[in-house]
Design a protein around this ligand. Structure first.
Ligand code: AMP
Length: 194
């Protein structure tokens, strides 16, 4: 199954993607995780993007696409994937479309996890305390929310126009939200086999 998970920072995308990886047996691919690893390992890419990531802005599209393409070309994506944190703007959505068409594995479902802003800010503050992510400070979180509204929100419409989007309410427990997503995926699979 080939899935794009959408949602604001702190909406629970990463948590749900990791659970879906276990349930569905397809890899969870997070550009944020890949970027944080590059920064931690101090690779040339990591050194270039550290300041950008620390500000909450988006890494340039060309660097992001290169990273994603390399990951998508690995054999484990043949069984499917759960994309988390990509695409983040319309240009990335178009690039993803082209890349996946080329690889013969287009997106089948886009699921948006919907959580209101107050809830998201509270969750991120909690994560900051627990994980110590350098981009979870209040000022940076505010910028990430702004970037999401301005650049990423249109991606939701992009998938809606293609008839691939379902929205689920992300305010329940982790297990409740997971069950909502799994039922959306089941329904999608049933529709595709009609
Ligand atoms: P995330 O873990 O998805 O919240 O991503 C953390 C940070 O990594 C973002 O604030 C961006 O700086 C960078 N990043 C992750 N994914 C992308 C992407 N698709 N395009 C550009 N920057 C990204």
């Amino acid at each position: 199954m080939r899935i794009v998970l959408l949602g604001a920072p702190g909406s629970g995308k990463g948590t749900q993607a990791a659970l879906l990886e276990q349930r569905l047996g397809v890899p969870h691919i997070s550009t944020g995780v890949l970027f944080r690893k590059a920064v931690k390992d101090q690779t040339p890419l990591g050194q270039r993007i550290k300041t950008i990531m620390d500000s909450g802005d988006l890494v340039p599209d060309d660097l992001t696409l290169e990273l994603l393409e390399e990951r998508m070309n690995r054999d484990d994506t043949k069984s499917g994937f759960i994309l988390d944190g990509y695409p983040r703007n319309l240009a990335q959505a178009e690039s993803l479309n082209i890349l996946l068409e080329k690889l013969g594995m287009p997106v089948q479902e886009a699921v948006q996890i919907d959580v209101d802003t107050e809830e998201v800010v509270a969750r991120i503050a909690k994560r900051a305390a627990e994980e110590g992510r350098s981009d979870d400070t209040e000022e940076v979180v505010r910028n990430r929310m702004r970037v999401y509204q301005e650049q990423t929100a249109p991606v939701v419409d992009y998938y809606a126009e293609q008839g691939l989007l379902t929205q689920v309410l992300g305010t329940g427990t982790i297990e409740e939200v997971l069950q909502l997503i799994l039922s959306v995926l089941d329904q999608g699979e049933a529709d595709r086999s009609d």
